[in-house]
Each structure stands twice: as structure tokens, then as C-alpha cells.
Design a protein around this ligand. Structure first.
Ligand code: 3E9
Ligand code: MG
Ligand code: MG
Ligand code: MG
Ligand code: MG
Ligand code: MG
Length: 349
């Protein structure tokens, strides 16, 4: 059974929006998962009920339908890796073998024609995803996508080493790992492809733009840790990583107090994100403005999906969730988080 921790309404200044074809997209993703036989039959049966199509339709509410569909299939594929191999599978406790398998998958993403991993459903699904990334994106965006997959894979190997040793990282390490192991950075190239533009490298790699993207990852994964706490604390596995659990251990506090701390941290990150975006918009290209809007849609989409998907509400053992969001932060400050890896964000404004 999950915990009884009650999650209060959290602060979201972003508008709710969803692509009108969300139902079709969700159904197509179920067919795609079946065609490629992603995950075990049991895992796939669960994943296709999680409204991943609705999640993707919220991330790209006015995006090109084919790219929303590509994103939806890709997110399901990511859960095939994250649930299927890392959190619920044997490789999650064998970091060396996991890194070998993920390196082979990465080669398939990079060179889909490579005759590696024959008859591996995740590899076959990845070949299909790569073909569509090539079709809807540029060569540069495809390369960014492969690079982002590498950083996600690298972080889940780190996670697997903690799982193997049964150790919970400190807040500094957890925050750094979480920027990547929530698979948020792999979605970023699809934000561009969804609206058919390509950011110039000097825009995308600008320190403040990168900070805005990292802040979005932080907010999305901290919110996920808040909304998935019930599922994760109640799961079969004794080992699970979550910001609340890290805070409970590091500060020696109750889960209620850890929730308050996590909310203060994600509020401060949200305040800073808004401030940074406002300053960036002052002299941004239309493409950069769209990108910043998409980061907001990604944050809001993850929030709406987080409080509604049965993945997190777990109707057989209901999580105590809010049914709406707050218009004002509980913590209105932009005080640095005191987390070594990310405090530089707060020096940018
Ligand atoms: C998220 O962390 C794991 C990713 C692989 C999920 C795929 C989702 C995205 C790419 C979009 C980002 C969305 C998030 C972080 C929800 P975790 O804690 O293992 O996810 P879980 O659903 O199990 O709580
Ligand atoms: Mg579904
Ligand atoms: Mg995970
Ligand atoms: Mg998980
Ligand atoms: Mg192309
Ligand atoms: Mg989670």
C-alpha cells in the first residue's frame, strides 16, 4: 500500500492546454506498443492505460500531430526502459550489464541500420523512432536527441549503482542525477520538431536558455517526485529514489516536512523560471519564444497528467491528490536552493 501523505494544490502559473487529437494519439500509441511488443505483456498492459498520449498532447498542445504521436510513442518506449529494465527488471541491479545494453541501444539510435540487438523489441521500436526523428527533424536535432539519450542512460546507470548498493544519494548528487534520470532532456529536441523550427546553437546553448531548460527539468521531476511518492513508497521494491525520501534522510524529517521542503524548492525554481523567461523574451527570436512557451507547456502537462493518470492516482489504493493548482506560490522567493550543482541558476537574475 502507498502512503497516506496528502498532496496540497501546488503552484502552477502555466495555462492548461491539450492537443485536440489526444484520444487518437493515445490509441495509436497503444497500437504502436503492441506492434513492437514493448515491455512484457504485463508491463505493456499497464502502460497503455496510463494516458501517455494525453500527456504528450499536453506537452505539444498546438504541435504537429505526427510529432505529438512520435513523442507519445517515445515516452511509452522510455517507460519500457525505465520501468522494464531499470526499476522493475534485473538489469537495474547490474549497472555494468545495464551500461552494456544501453550502449548497444544507443548505437541503434545513432545508426539504426547496424545489425545489433536482433529480435530486441526496444531496439526495433527505437529504429522506428529514429526513422521518424529523421523525417520530422533536422540532422542536428537527431544528433541532439541521441546525445540526450546518452545522458539519460548514463544517469540510470548511476541510479542502478545506488540500487545495487542499497544507498540513497545526498541531495546534491540526487539533484544532479535527477536532471537526467527523469528523461526530461530527451524530450527537448521534440519540442522544436513539434513546431517545425530549429533553435540556433547560440540560442539553445546560451547559459540562460540552458538554465531555463534545466529549471523545467527540475520542476517536472520534483513534481513527479511529489505525485509519484504514493506509487513509489507503496511499490514492491524496497529501493526507490525520490526527492522526498532524500530530504527525509538528509534532514531527518517526516514525510510531511519533506513535502513542505520539496514544495518550497519547486516554488523557488518556478519563480526563477518565470523571471528568467521574462528577461530572455525581451530580445528573443520567435523560435526561442516558442521554445520557452513549450517548456511551460511541458511543466504544466506533467502536472495535469501527474494528478490524473492512473499511473499515479492508483485507484485500487487511491493517492490523496489535489484536483486543481494554486495561482500563487507558497514560497514567493528566488532564494537559492543551497544545492551545489544548481545554485548557479540563481545568479543569472
Ligand atoms: C521518470 O522518472 C522516468 C521517465 C523515463 C519517464 C518518461 C517521461 C518523460 C520523458 C517525460 C518526463 C516526465 C516525468 C519525469 C514524469 P520516474 O520517477 O521513474 O517516473 P515515474 O513515473 O515512475 O514516477
Ligand atoms: Mg493509453
Ligand atoms: Mg525512473
Ligand atoms: Mg519510475
Ligand atoms: Mg528531416
Ligand atoms: Mg517518480
Amino acid at each position: 500500500m502507498g502512503t497516506d501523505l496528502a498532496v496540497p494544490p501546488i503552484y502552477s502559473p502555466f495555462a492548461e492546454a491539450i492537443h485536440p487529437l489526444y484520444r487518437d494519439i493515445d490509441q495509436q500509441t497503444a497500437l504502436w506498443a503492441e506492434k513492437f511488443r514493448i515491455g512484457s505483456d504485463e508491463l505493456r498492459g499497464r502502460l497503455v492505460r496510463h494516458d501517455i498520449g494525453g500527456f504528450s498532447a499536453r506537452i505539444l498542445p498546438e504541435g504537429r500531430e505526427e510529432v505529438v504521436s512520435l513523442l507519445s510513442d517515445f515516452v511509452l518506449w522510455l517507460f519500457g526502459v525505465d520501468d522494464g529494465h531499470c526499476e522493475e527488471g534485473e538489469l537495474g541491479r547490474k549497472p555494468g550489464e545495464l551500461s552494456g545494453y544501453l550502449s548497444r541501444l544507443l548505437r541503434v539510435a545513432q545508426n539504426p541500420e547496424t545489425p545489433m540487438l536482433p529480435d530486441d523489441p526496444l531496439a526495433d521500436g527505437l529504429r522506428d523512432l529514429r526513422r521518424r526523428v529523421d523525417h520530422y527533424g533536422t540532422a542536428g536535432q537527431a544528433a541532439r536527441w541521441v546525445d540526450a539519450l546518452r545522458e539519460y542512460f548514463f544517469s540510470v546507470v548511476w541510479e542502478a549503482s545506488h540500487r545495487t548498493a542499497g544507498t540513497v544519494p545526498d541531495l546534491d548528487d540526487y539533484t544532479l542525477m535527477r536532471l537526467y534520470d527523469g528523461a526530461t532532456s530527451v524530450v527537448l529536441p521534440l519540442l522544436e520538431m513539434g513546431y517545425g523550427y530549429e533553435l540556433q546553437p547560440h540560442e539553445r546553448d546560451n547559459t540562460r536558455v540552458r538554465a531555463a531548460a534545466e529549471l523545467a527539468s527540475f520542476i517536472i521531476t520534483w513534481d513527479n517526485d511529489i505525485f509519484s511518492y504514493h506509487k513509489e513508497a507503496g511499490g514492491k521494491d524496497e529501493f526507490w529514489l525520490n526527492a522526498l525520501r532524500v530530504l527525509e534522510r538528509e534532514r531527518g524529517v517526516s514525510s510531511e516536512a519533506a513535502l513542505d521542503l520539496a514544495i518550497s524548492q519547486r516554488d523557488r525554481a518556478t519563480n526563477l523560471f518565470l523571471l528568467l523567461c521574462e528577461r530572455l523574451r525581451a530580445d528573443a527570436s520567435p523560435q526561442l519564444k516558442q521554445y520557452l512557451d513549450s517548456l511551460g507547456s511541458f511543466i504544466r502537462g506533467a502536472q495535469d497528467w501527474g494528478i490524473t493518470s492512473v499511473r499515479y492516482t492508483t485507484p485500487h489504493d487511491p493517492a490523496r491528490f489535489p484536483d486543481a493548482f494554486r495561482q500563487t506560490p507558497v514560497d514567493p522567493s528566488v532564494r537559492p536552493l543551497g544545492i551545489a550543482a544548481v545554485d548557479w541558476w540563481f545568479e543569472l537574475v
